[in-house]
Write a protein that binds this ligand. Sequence first.
Ligand code: SF4
Length: 438
Amino acid sequence: MSHVSPVKDLSPGSDPGPGRTRPDACPGALRAHQAADGGLARVRAPGGALSARQMRALAAAAAELGDGHLELTSRGNIQLRGLAPGAEPLLAARLAEAGLLPSTTHERVRNILASPLSGRDGQGAWDVRPLVTDLDQELRARPELAELSGRFLFTVDDGRGDVAGLDGDVGVLALDLGRAAVLLSGEDTGLRVSVEEAVDTMLAAASAFLAERAARGSRAWRIAELIAELEDGPARILTRLADRLGRAPEPGPALVVRPRQHGPVGSIRQRDGRVAMAVLVPLGRLSAQQADILADAALDGGDELRVTPWRGVVVPDLPGDGTGHWSSTMDSHGLVVDPASPWVGVSACAGRPGCGKAMADVRADATWVTRRADEGPGTGLPVHWVGCGRRCGRPRGRVVEVVATGAGYEVTRDGHVLARTGDIEETAAAVDAARRDQ
Ligand code: SF4
């Protein structure tokens, strides 16, 4: 089974996990979370897919209603911050006009991660993009699934193993011969389904979770929380699902699903001779101007953008001879196109001024430290900066953590404190050493 160790999601708007006593307060497009710097709205983009017009609409909304930036989340969604009180209806009208709010009842549950390069670069068993569209449509068509929490996550992996290990609740992992493995909470269940059965199976699994939750009187938001509450939680969901499908798990070794810590960066040759450009957005913070440049690039390709769970954006279908222009344009506007950039593998929580609990402006400090680094992560572990011990947004897998203490930073790895200092130069040196010395 998976070697992925469970990591609790402690981002703002959540509580610490099992034994939930209150309803899900996860932000959406219609209900903003009140952060220290104003309202925070989260817009779901299933599979991370946006058109150029939609990216421009988001950029304009951020500039006119928010703080001028879009935040890319680890689920390929987009956040706007700094919204004034009462801005939600204005934002909703703009999103609806851009086709980004196809449902008001299900808008927070459209959390679908998919392999961003599926169908383009020749990797993977089969193209999962049509599946994402169908899953989103069918999810919205089932009233009972509006009861899922805003944190419940579907993963649709085309077989390359890039999103299957990213903390999903229900997922499919494409296999050869048009089949797929069914995953619950990132673990291979042994159930195998055809492409045609995949969407119904994922929705049936989500329904089975809701049924088991109701039967137990639980308020768990996620399957991992049911596992923590009830030792046999996943087995019961699997039994309900297998009964519904009328088949049993297949014998044989379970597939091992590991977290993918870095996404694609740079130019990727597609099977059709065109090029996909994978751009990393430093700390996931995209200015309105940068968003407009990505929209311009999309119009030079197939009018499609894919926000990735690694705080990046893929622009597919660019003409093979135009990538030099786009590469230099993006680089000159602060978007990363070099896979050896020191920004690869660097992430941070909101910190000050966005979060009232933060003890430092972690983004500013992470930026200062990263800019002085001269080598990319090919040489080291990912690093995650946080403004307090809640450690929001910590990536899966082994990570160097830099935790603000109020008197500086603590650098930790594998649960051990490696350095504690109030000097930013010393913090930088400790981070560098911790990333390299594994
Ligand atoms: S400072 Fe960062 S880690 Fe702490 S609660 Fe705020 S967002 Fe989370």
